[in-house]
Design a protein around this ligand. Sequence first.
Ligand code: CTP
Length: 429
Amino acid sequence: MQGARILLIVGGGIAAYKACELIRLIRKAGATVRCVLTAGGAHFVTPMTLAALSEQPVHTSLWDLKDEAEMGHIQLSRQADLVVVCPATADLLARMAAGIADDLATTLLLATDKPVLAAPAMNVRMWRHAATRRNVAALRGDGVTVLEPDEGAMACGEYGPGRLPQPEAIMAAIAEALARLSPSTSPPTPSPTPSEVEGRLPPAPSEVEGRLPLAGRHILVTAGPTHEPIDPVRYIANRSSGRQGFAIAAALAALGARVSLVAGPVALPTPPGVARIDVETAREMAAAVAAALPADAAVMVAAVADWRVADVGERKLKKTGDGAPPPLALVENPDILAGLARDPRRPPLLIGFAAETHDVVPHAIAKRARKGADWIVANDVSGDVMGGAANTVHIVTADGVESWEELPKEQVATRLADRIAAAIGRTRA
Ligand code: CTP
């Protein structure tokens, strides 16, 4: 990060005070930081604080003629290597997504030709609101890196995702973004290739690509459970934690793949360099998978619900008083893996998982044939595998069955990623 120039836009939320810590960390890493404070942000921190910490002038108004004479807003937006929005409030994200330019911060964000990284912070309901989900998806589609907020207790007394990521995590994302821009500022370990799906940053430098076996490959990963609604307050779910799928996405990204991770409802942080698409139901997952194609490989780790409720109540189901349970008719969900196997855009390498409680390998062999997958990674879920930290898997391919010893899920992920790289990567003979 030595010598990098960061333009830091401080939005109006209680988390603005954490921007002060971020400035300290950025400067400690050898980069310079110039701050832009929104009107809302100025209610939480003062320009004086930011100026003192950054040792740079702080910009607050589009109509500050003195600033415009010294440095135009276009120039300000472009002389940085990276624009960081922290905290990115729901309002700021919405205005960014809509392309509104009614103050200095949003004008700079519209005018910049540099990558933009946003660290959101807001109330859990605001984060989960359909409007914010839409705005975040739109921004990611436009190429903005929107970090996932942390989960926990909030200043407003509620609990859930919406807290600003820790300044150290934002720093890691900044370092990663800068590493993609210039090999000379790269950290010692090569950083993953960015996603074109979220298309946030320019392609990885060829120098980095040259060392990574999956550079230039697009891999689709599904992970986590799906939730199938019964009524507005209830749903059918399963015990999948998403850990194995997220670990696989991380391991593939670390080998340079552009990874699209279609994730069911889990509270896991998005691995660095991975483009995450959050979904709830099996049908949403199927649509997100189709939208992410084409891919060089797909790893279908998600524990997709086999059934959904035929008629989802618009209102909460009430007890009738006669003790009779509601008649819940179920219908089968689409089989995403089998559908992908039949799709004309079928990825050249299609990997399914098989969660089995008994006769693991025979069931997996049958499942491979039935679903049209190239490999099946079979695991015994009779213990605490779902939600646990370790996994014992068998890799079923056309050539036979390979059984691995019990391993932490991260190691299962790295081994599988290596195997995928050997099959479709640059090192392939
Ligand atoms: N899968 C899928 N769509 C579904 C169900 C499963 O894509 N509707 C995928 C899973 O992601 C996994 C594989 O199919 O890669 C096997 O999932 P599993 O739950 O083991 O199999 P089922 O289809 O549920 O088969 P069974 O009920 O016979 O075990």
